[in-house]
Design a protein around this ligand. Structure first.
Ligand code: GLC
Length: 420
């Protein structure tokens, strides 16, 4: 009798055990989370990702896919995978200008349920911008980027304040043989050119889009701004090669000690302080020049993490987003790579202030942060602007013609979609 019972029991227990094991492993399966980031961010995040995976072993496994470096190439990659459906990513690191388009297309999961108003209050003003679309939070900031003017403290007493001063000092220093060239910036036909142009337009009192949301590119102020950009190149204050410079090329020239001034983002600071920099310890930062009476502005850059619709494990994805963006992570990234913190309290952190004398100026620039037009059609209108400006800078068309064309095409793009 006993033996028979045992026999029955062993027959029954096997499937029971299998079912129990399956149920346990389903409940405790390691949740895979995949993020897509441009290569430089993926590289700089690798130590944090390792740390995250150690701390979440057996529960979450975070993988970071490394995408292209330039913002447009990165967006093309992200969009093609989104359009094909079922993208292999749970979250993307997105540039501030992509947000309206991605949110309007329904590709992103709102984050309102995951981040509170208090969470947002911890961010510095510049980092609070560009994360919402139609009143929903769709992006949690990863770095706070803003356009800066770098200047050589060994070549000038103070940085130039106005476009005229910048032109004058550049030409003077070249004439004195103090430097090879004056001012390096992003003159290539790509997104960086739009970022620089926005600052310069505003410095001359011009606007890309007016307060009515319509293009304002044929105004006398924008015309003067573009003429100034062209004059920089024509007079040699900027090298002709600047029409082919993105951030990296400008940084190389400045880091080698070839230029007196540079427009770039905050990450350049860390690069300029490395032992192989010819200008280490001889750099100041400020914001782009503006005509007397105009408030200088600094283009709002910044990248943030967005969760994709259909993310396999939303809670785990948000846990990863939080981990990679919390104060400690910001601190590590700022010290090691110069990525500007988003957390306001870090701008008062004695430990950071001791190693980063540029922190107060960064905070000041972030106060002046100005977004590019927040429309889902941004990529198209920026492409028009870059194309027309590049024509002027390379001497292929007059600024007047170029701006008329930019105005008409921008209007057509915005109207065809029913306005900005
Ligand atoms: C930086 C900025 C980004 C901008 C890009 C242009 O990465 O953060 O907003 O679009 O530069 O090159």
């Amino acid at each position: 009798m006993r033996r028979r019972l045992r026999w029955w029991w062993s027959l029954l227990s096997l499937p029971l055990l299998t079912v129990a094991t399956l149920a346990w492993s389903a409940a405790h399966a390691v949740e895979q989370v995949t993020l897509l980031m441009p290569a430089p961010f993926a590289e700089s995040t690798a130590p944090l990702v390792r740390q995250f995976n150690e701390q979440h072993r057996g529960r979450i496994e975070l993988n970071v896919s490394s995408g292209p470096r330039d913002t447009e190439a990165m967006s093309d990659l992200a969009i093609s995978s989104l359009i094909l459906g079922a993208p292999p990513y749970d979250a993307l690191l997105i540039d501030v200008t992509w947000l309206p388009k991605y949110a309007a297309a329904g590709w992103l999961e709102p984050l309102d349920g995951f981040f509170s108003a208090e969470d947002e209050q911890t961010l510095i003003r510049g980092a609070r911008q560009g994360n919402r679309y139609q009143d929903h939070l769709f992006r949690w900031p990863f770095n706070a980027d803003v356009g800066l003017l770098y200047w050589r403290t060994d070549l000038m007493e103070a940085p130039p304040q106005t476009p005229n001063e910048l032109l004058g000092i550049s030409r003077q220093l070249i004439a004195d043989n103090a430097v090879k060239t004056g001012f390096v910036w992003q003159g290539r036909q790509y997104e960086g050119l739009s970022c620089d142009a926005l600052e310069i337009f505003r410095g001359f009192g011009g606007r890309w889009l007016g307060s009515d949301g319509q293009p304002a590119l044929t105004s006398a102020n924008v015309q003067r701004a573009v003429d100034w950009m062209e004059t920089l190149i024509r007079t040699g204050a900027s090298p002709r090669a600047v029409t082919n410079y993105a951030e990296t090329e400008s940084l190389q020239a400045f880091k080698a000690g070839d230029a007196a001034l540079m427009r770039n983002w905050p990450y350049a600071w860390a690069e300029l302080q490395k032992p192989d920099s010819a200008v280490r310890g001889r750099i100041g930062i400020t914001t782009m020049v503006a005509e007397p009476g105009q408030t200088p502005v600094a283009t709002l850059g910044s990248w943030g993490l967005s969760m994709l619709k259909g993310a396999r494990h939303p809670d785990a994805t948000v846990e990863a987003i939080r981990y990679l963006t919390e104060a400690e992570a910001q601190k590590q990234r700022f010290i090691a790579q110069g990525y500007t913190p988003t957390v306001e309290a870090l701008y008062r952190d004695p430990e950071l202030l001791a190693v980063a004398p540029q922190l107060p100026q960064l905070a000041q620039a972030l106060e002046l942060a100005t977004p590019r037009p927040p429309t889902p059609l941004y990529a198209q209108i920026s492409d028009v602007l870059q194309r027309q400006l590049s024509g002027v800078l390379t001497g292929n068309q007059s600024s007047e013609e170029a701006l008329k064309r930019a105005q008409t095409s921008t209007s057509t793009i915005l109207q065809s979609a029913g306005g900005a």
